[in-house]
Ligand binder design. Structure first.
Ligand SMILES: Cc1ncc(C[n+]2csc(CCOP(=O)(O)OP(=O)(O)O)c2C)c(N)n1
Ligand SMILES: [Mg+2]
Length: 312
């Protein structure tokens, strides 16, 4: 739903603007991928955030935390609008980088680049061990996926190379890494410091690698489906994206990485996406309704439903 990604963008931009601190570029760039993943693929129950067989969602690029908080709020987790409006403030739990245990739905603390990829590989390995122990031929009580969103910085870090190498070696096919490949980092274009061929590198680790347009919803949906059904290797989807997508002058610019976008820039973006330019932290009714429907559908396969089935 286009309006969902637009709302994720405007909420994230408003959070950083109000706090006068944070990283607005990446939430805007990866909002299309995140909205498709959360609407159509991710399996969870916001009322039972600890349901054992939920899919795991890890934001390895923890600096994009406004996106995660917006997703949690819109998809029914106990993350209030007040928390969203007080992003990065003392006495609130919406910290600059996500902290495990502070809000439901945060699967692990992220911030040091690459760390989330390491933890995603660890969770994928832990799940495989649990499957070996508890699943039987007929009953697969553990069969979830681990999804992690990472950025250029995570891919550059040594820890992600080590963990990804092990994941490839162990053929952890329950792991899907969604790479926000926007060719921008804190210092400017990745051309300054980074010329690895990431696809070839991950293929050499034994991963299945896909490349897709990170702003084309149909393509995003299709490639995630393909990645979920591919068995025998961990999967990397390289999404080609634009940092600060939808802003008039900050798109594709490193100036959007870690500085508030500015009121004028945000107003123009809201206009472009058909949202009221004079309203902050605005959530259209259609978006709330859309998310409520998705949550209901997800709950059908959630914990309560599993328990109900077992009782019957
Ligand atoms: C290990 C580590 N080193 C440095 C940083 C500081 N840092 C935060 S974001 C960032 C750049 C990340 O670039 P990218 O992942 O491409 O994010 P984007 O600019 O696209 O939002 C850096 C160097 C960090 N968080 N962790
Ligand atoms: Mg980047």
């Amino acid at each position: 739903m286009d309006l969902l990604s637009s709302t994720l963008r405007t909420l994230s931009a408003d959070m950083v603007q109000k706090a006068k601190s944070g990283h607005p570029g990446m939430p805007l760039g990866i909002a299309d991928v995140a909205s498709v993943l959360w609407s159509d693929h991710l399996s969870f129950d916001p009322e039972e955030p600890n349901w054992l067989n939920r899919d795991r969602f890890i934001l390895s690029a923890g600096h994009a935390s406004p996106l995660l908080y917006s997703l949690l709020h819109l998809f029914g987790y106990k993350v209030s609008l007040e928390e969203i409006q007080n992003y990065g403030q003392f006495d609130y739990k919406t910290a600059g980088h996500p902290e495990y245990g502070s809000l439901p739905g945060i699967e692990c603390t992220t911030g040091p680049l690459g760390q989330g990829i390491g933890m995603a590989c660890g969770m994928a390995l832990a799940e495989k061990m649990a499957q070996a122990r508890f699943n039987t031929e007929d009953i697969k009580i553990i069969d979830h996926n681990i999804f992690a969103i990472c950025g250029d910085g995570c891919i550059m870090e040594g820890i992600s190379a080590e963990a990804s190498s092990l994941a490839g070696h162990l053929k952890l096919d329950n792991l899907i890494l969604l790479y926000d490949s926007n060719n921008i980092t804190i210092e400017g274009s990745t051309d300054i410091t980074f010329s690895d061929d990431t696809a070839k590198r991950y293929e050499s680790y034994g991963w299945k690698v896909y490349t897709a347009d990170g702003h084309n919803k149909e393509e995003i949906k299709k490639v995630i489906e393909e990645a979920i059904s591919y068995k025998g290797a961990p999967k990397l989807i390289i999404f080609k994206t634009h940092i600060a997508y939808g802003t008039p002058t900050k798109q594709d610019s490193a100036s959007s990485h870690g500085v508030p976008l500015g009121e004028d820039e945000i107003k123009e973006m809201k206009k472009k996406f058909g949202l009221p330019e004079d309203k902050n932290f605005y959530i259209p009714e259609e978006v709330s309704k859309f998310c409520a429907e998705k949550i209901e559908a997800k709950k059908k396969i959630g914990l309560k439903n599993t328990l109900k089935k077992q009782k019957n």
